[in-house]
Design a protein around this ligand. Structure first.
Ligand code: FES
Length: 131
């Protein structure tokens, strides 16, 4: 598993986030629920998660400042943009615990959801009591 800061290229597979090529689509699997979704290489993981259609996925600042979208990348490559040290410290980063709104996939990913995100993503589907 590799992660790449915006433009740093210290990994075997360099990801140049400034390229104007058409974005690639990668599959992301949420291990907690075994759900998968496609996420483009030019959009945040959080944007892709929102498309899962789960009610109550916490979407906060979308800018790395509120910490509501914590996840752990278990497998796969990604590009990490700057995020608040108040929510993700050096230990978190070394364990690939990041903010979904501040990473983009650079390949297929397997993730786990953490904190408030887990409470919503892993909640059983709401049953329709109408009828
Ligand atoms: S939505 Fe606020 S840190 Fe991700």
């Amino acid at each position: 598993m590799t992660e790449t800061d915006d433009h740093r290229c210290d990994v075997a597979r360099c990801v140049d986030t400034t390229r104007a090529d058409a974005p690639l689509r990668h599959m992301v699997t949420v291990l907690d629920t075994q759900e998968s979704f496609a996420c483009r290489s030019d959009e945040s993981l959080l944007a892709g998660m929102v498309r899962l259609g789960k009610r109550g996925i916490p979407v906060g600042c979308r800018g790395g400042g509120c910490g509501v979208c914590r996840i752990e990348v278990v497998r796969g490559d990604y590009v990490r943009h700057k995020m608040s040290a108040a929510h993700v410290d050096a230990t978190d980063l070394s364990n690939h615990r990041v903010l979904a709104c501040r990473i983009v996939p650079a390949g297929d990913l397997e993730i786990r959801v953490l904190g408030r995100m887990a409470q919503h993503v892993c909640a059983p589907p709401a049953t329709d009591s109408a009828g």
